[in-house]
Ligand binder design. Structure first.
Ligand code: 3HC
Length: 315
């Protein structure tokens, strides 16, 4: 790609124009979007598994209905995002093969086990809370189909976050055992939730280019900080203790608005989980492989039907 083409493309980005699938775009821009949107879609689909584990164990019909709706939403988000990625010339089969082979990533957070009902509340509150922080800016992503998909996704994430927060609030107004269950879940999910935002900016391979192309609007650390500053007061209101002994209020942060300084994140754990060494990685991929193989007959039937219809049209 010559310099003039790249400069003209960057001028469109700088003018806040939306790039559409049929527009001329640098190969790197297309590749970054296929990578990010594909991995985002994988995260939504794999993310159905931890919570799916509790649909049959929900404590009431109301909780079961809300959790069922949430898990179904996540499936829909995944299909939305796979469709957005397909506009860039990659196929569903290709993306699925990359997930199953380990070539494509999905969010590390979904490789942790859901050990109690409180996990379902904490996930809704923290994981979907973190997802909202990350996905609101994506509504202004320079690539049209991704930005438009995010608008509906964010509306549904807000419901996910509220139902999770309400579960935790109910537990914290319950018995000592319920309070202990909620605190235990927060202890296990707090740090993995911070890792959802990705490596520190200094370690982020893609941030600089993704921000220049207005795919990423805020850096990993900036969004992580926003999440921490919004969530710590909620934990305090709930009567929960964030498991970070180094957490301290710093009045000078955020241009004098103040904010919480957090302790060191265990990046060894992060990379171990990202590279497949988490507690649930094998289970998640095994479940996705089984779903893909069990669904082969549907794909074959749909293909056969499409061929028959095409043949009828020609005849
Ligand atoms: N888990 C797994 N891999 C991660 C990760 C995480 N939490 N954070 C970063 N990575 C990977 C990146 O994918 C990249 O690897 P790659 O080159 O093989 O793709 C590498 O670590 C370096 O990270 P960078 O910061 O350089 O990468 P990005 O610029 O892509 O930033 C990101 C990472 C912020 C996650 C960005 O990709 C993004 O915003 N993605 C879209 C949102 C998304 O995927 N969220 C995941 C959760 S979905 C969800 O929560 C659904 C909700 O309903 C529960």
């Amino acid at each position: 790609e010559d310099a003039a083409f790249l400069a003209a493309f960057q001028a469109r980005i700088d003018a806040e124009e939306k790039i559409e699938p049929k527009d001329a775009m640098p190969e790197g821009y297309r590749r970054t979007l296929v990578r990010q949107i594909g991995q985002h879609a994988h995260s939504e689909i794999v993310g159905m598994l931890p919570e799916g584990n509790w649909i049959t164990r929900a404590p009431s019909l109301r909780r079961k209905a809300a959790l069922l709706a949430k898990v179904q939403d996540e499936g829909g988000h995944g299909l939305y995002l796979y469709s957005a990625a397909e506009t860039l010339g990659v196929s569903r089969e290709q993306m699925t093969e990359e997930l199953l082979s380990g070539k494509a990533k999905y969010s590390s957070i979904f490789n942790y086990p859901t050990l109690s009902w409180a996990d379902i509340g904490i996930i809704g509150w923290l994981v979907d809370g973190a997802a909202i922080m990350n996905q609101i800016p994506l509504c202004r992503c320079s690539f049209g189909p991704y930005a438009r998909a995010m608008i509906r996704v964010c509306k549904e994430e807000s419901f996910h976050q509220r139902q999770g927060y309400e579960i935790v609030m109910t537990l914290m107004r319950g018995t000592e055992a319920q309070k202990a269950m909620a605190q235990d879940a927060l202890d296990r999910w707090w740090w993995p939730a911070l890792m959802m935002f990705g490596p520190h900016d200094s370690e982020s391979a893609h941030s600089e280019q993704s921000m220049a192309w207005k795919i990423k609007r805020f850096s990993n650390d900036a969004l992580r900080q926003k999440f921490i500053d919004a969530t710590v007061p909620q934990a305090e209101f709930l009567g929960l203790k964030v498991p970070d002994p180094d957490m301290v209020w710093d009045a000078g942060l955020n241009d004098g608005q103040g904010g919480y300084r957090h302790g060191p994140i265990d990046w060894d754990e992060f990379w171990r989980v990202v590279k497949g060494g988490g507690v649930m990685n094998r289970d998640r991929i095994r479940a996705r492989r089984k779903a893909w193989e069990d669904g082969a007959w549907v794909r074959e039937a749909a293909r056969a039907h499409a061929l028959k219809r095409a043949a009828r049209k020609v005849a």
